[in-house]
Design a protein around this ligand. Structure first.
Ligand code: CA
Length: 497
């Protein structure tokens, strides 16, 4: 069986001279060598800031860097041709591409409309604090730069349930739009603020059947144009789950495919919310295990006060191992971003061992951990701050060990608050496979663990080169495996660089 490995191939502040699509194309061979089987690309369509947009403020889903809109032809990441070429090259290397799909909202409308709205209490969205009245708002999208190519669909206020700016009044707020398709907000998974349908910009109203049809037509066009086999669905807790189910079923049925779908549903403690979402979506989607990320973050901060034996407690990986996408950090949790909770450096190799070398969860590697990055932005106090994230020197080793050696029966030794370990027995399909991992968040650690009799008499060494002396597996398939304090060692008999 192949171990799936995902890479989030961007971060919030991607600022390298080389455009991202071109870099990904050139790196395809390297990624294959690392054992990467899937690449998650950022939103590829034109957004309100044109070439400066990260992509989540999407304007025109049909403009993949082809039309002169929002001040540029190309997006931040390159042109439509470069995007398609990157996808093709990655697929030639047996790497699935996952496109980022932002359906909750649109931004940067072309024209004002006079629209009926009600003011909403931002802290309780179910509380309407005015009668219906008219405002002028940016709700009409005509895409003049694209001029009807690929789709003649015009978005107007009947396609949106809410907006945050009354242009004529110069007033910020949350305005519920009275269109022909529903009163108030749509039912969405998140009940935060009463109802969390509205997140930002122009909130798409999926009760409008023309919107549903247009987004399905767009999905067909997107796949036919680019050929990606996976989708990452943005901000699903603000979107009607019924619609997303319908969209996924439509895509799978139309193309006789089973697209790989991952949903972003950020929760930090209540795994029950993720369970409810799995129920609502019938297991159609994988979910990011943001609870495991939070555990990594807390473990890094608490050092030896954290109980490592409980690192998987309360996570999605523990309850739904086959639907869980595990990750250390992402573009929202990196420093200076909205959900900033960057896992401490000393803990990152431990966290990567925990997601890459165990049998459960599909791990997702974060771009800066592979390549490093440097950027600056304003912090909460409004001061410009410089950040440097350093790539992890051992990540390529851990990732290749996942590919070649992390196979077979897993035996867990999560039996001490400061030192845990596990072994993989290996299998016949993968030569020299099998490994033992020991990690500590306190002092030097040692674990007596069974790796299996098939390894009796073999010499194992730490593939990370941190623990110098080798160990020999005894006749019953056991050995004492060590690691240094606040460190991880990965014991193998067959790793070569
Ligand atoms: Ca919404």
């Amino acid at each position: 069986m192949i171990n799936q490995t995902l890479v989030q191939y961007f971060h919030w502040y991607y600022n390298e001279e080389e455009k991202l699509w071109n870099k990904a194309r050139k790196e395809a061979g390297h990624l294959e060598d690392l054992g990467v089987t899937m690449v998650w690309f950022p939103p590829a369509y034109k957004s309100t800031e044109g070439a400066n947009s990260v992509g989540y403020d999407c304007y025109d889903l049909y403009d993949l860097g082809e039309f002169d809109q929002k001040g540029s032809v190309e997006t931040k990441y390159g042109s439509r041709e470069e995007y398609i070429a990157a996808i093709k090259t990655l697929q030639e290397k047996h790497i699935t591409v996952m496109a980022d799909v932002v359906l909750n909202h649109k931004a940067g409308a072309d024209e004002l409309e006079k629209i009926p709205v009600r003011r909403v209490n931002p802290h309780n969205r179910e509380e309407f604090i005015s009668d219906v009245f008219e405002i002028e708002a940016w709700t009409k999208f005509t895409f003049p730069g694209r001029a009807g190519k690929y789709s003649a669909f015009i978005w107007d206020y009947h396609a949106f349930s809410g907006i945050d700016w009354a242009a004529d009044l110069q007033e910020e707020g949350i305005f519920s739009i009275q269109n022909s398709y529903g009163d108030g907000w749509e039912q969405v998974p998140s009940g935060e603020f009463g109802n969390y349908d509205y997140l930002m910009f122009n909130d798409v109203d999926f009760r409008n059947p023309a919107v549903r049809e247009e987004l399905k037509r767009w999905g067909e066009w997107y796949y036919k144009t680019c050929g990606m086999k996976g989708f990452r669905l943005d901000a699903v807790k603000h979107v009607s789950a019924d619609f997303l189910n319908e969209w996924i079923d439509h895509m799978n049925a139309t193309f006789n495919e089973k697209f790989f779908i991952v949903a972003e549903n950020w929760v930090t403690a209540q795994v029950e919310e993720l369970h409810a979402y799995i129920e609502e979506t019938g297991g159609r989607m994988q979910l990011f295990d943001s609870i495991l990320h939070t555990n990594f973050y807390l473990a890094g901060l608490a050092e030896e006060r954290y109980d490592l034996s409980k690192i998987f407690d309360g996570t999605l990986t523990q309850t739904h191992p086959f639907l869980s996408i595990t990750f250390v950090d992402n573009h929202d949790s990196q420093p200076l971003q909205a959900l900033q909770s960057y896992v401490e450096y000393w803990f990152r190799p431990l966290a990567y061992a925990l997601i890459l070398l165990r049998e459960h969860g599909i791990p997702c590697i974060f771009y800066p951990d592979l390549y490093g990055c440097k950027y600056s932005d304003k912090n909460e106090a409004g001061e410009e701050v410089e950040v440097e994230l350093i790539g992890l020197p051992n990540l390529h080793v851990i990732s290749r060990i996942r590919k070649f050696l992390a196979h077979g029966l897993q035996r867990d030794y999560f039996d001490h608050p400061n030192c845990i370990g596990w072994t993989r027995e290996g299998d016949d399909e993968n030569p020299n496979s099998g490994l033992a991992v020991v990690m500590s968040n306190g002092d030097e650690g040692i674990k007596t663990m069974e790796i299996g009799q098939r390894h009796a008499g073999k010499t194992f060494t730490d593939a990370l080169g941190i623990w110098q002396e080798p160990v020999v597996i005894d006749e019953n398939g056991w050995a004492d495996f060590s690691c240094q304090g606040k460190s991880v060692s990965i014991w193998t008999s067959g790793y070569s660089q």
